[in-house]
Design a protein around this ligand. Sequence first.
Ligand code: GLA
Length: 428
Amino acid sequence: MRISASLAVAFVAATLLQSSAAPQVLAQSPATAKPGTHAQSAQKSQAPKAQLAPPQVAQLPPMGWNSWNFFAGKVTDKDIRDSADQIVATGMRDAGYIYVNIDDTWEGERDANGVLHTNSKFPDMRALADYVHSKGLKIGIYSSPGPKTCAGYEGSLGHEQQDADLYASWGIDYLKYDLCSFIPAVMQKQAPDDHAEQMRIMIAAYDKMAKALKATGRPIVLSLCQYGWDAPWEWAPALGGNLWRTTGDIQPHWDRVYTILEQQEGLEKYAGPGHWNDPDMLEVGNGKLSLDENRAHFSMWAMLAAPLLAGNDLPHMKPEIQAILTNRDVIAIDQDRLGRQASRAYADGEVEVWTRHLSGGALAIAVLDAGDNRYSSHPFHLNLALLGLHGPQHAKDLWSGKEVELTNNMPIEINGHDVLLYRIAAPK
Ligand code: GLA
């Protein structure tokens, strides 16, 4: 179904306002938060402008943690420090989780010179960045091209270079740039009835921030958050976007996770080193996701070469969730250096088979039961021929850790919402 341009804009804007987390924080007034102490001095000591191109970032899908999915608008400096501590203590850092990303609600107000200050939840951003860096981690931050962020805090409109310089002076390594209020405040205002022009305005806004970040000389990952509007996979890489959301917000329940997964089909040709489709941050360990669902969600995001940004409560993480997030074999699928995103090979009812080509000629196979259990009375049969494989295949089951022999049409019992993940080192 096609919806008209202006309707689509209005619809997405309304959807944003209805998103599960945003309304709670929209009620908060950023004005009540007191400016921090460090932003002002940071502005004076801007990072030196580099003459050479900065090193390339995000050559593999970025891995780390982001505050939004669990803490939303309540996140504080202490939560970020505690999370950084836990990333180290749980072995997540050593498994590859490097970015500790502060999402929305850190922003205070601008002073007379336009310098953005932190709010009272984040008294000293430079000190926080130093702390995160001292743990061998990197730090990310969040803003919007609009006047306000999704949670109603100060955005970067008209202050793009000033903000980019501020981030660089703090030592920020990653920016999530979230469209939000830019839709009504700029796009709809400047081009009320012209959808194509609205999209040009949006792309220009992302381009502006990409150039501002580049001008700082600091390597900063640029994450576009505009919910997959106007096929960002077609234009974001050219302006230097390292990842772009492909859909609206994820939520911690299976139906939403699965809906997002289905929307990734066909996007595989746009992913590669330095530029990734982003099906949104992980909900592993959040909400009511069962253990099978957590495993399936994590496996499929790894198959998709998705950024792996955990979003759970790390200080209270259960061992079984830690085991999922730190499964090295599964992470290795996500981080495979070829950077080729999986495709869906075939489906049999509610059971789907996805494949991903890996470096060294290896192949990953995910068997996902998106629906009800398949018992031995009517098991699912794995059709290797449909995957271009000939004869029995020696594989590793990445969740049991066992070496297995896969044969054509072998019957497989699988729980609903669970996954089997195999790596075949030498497919035949
Ligand atoms: C939007 C984004 C979320 C989160 C919130 C913060 O909804 O899609 O990921 O950043 O804004 O307000």
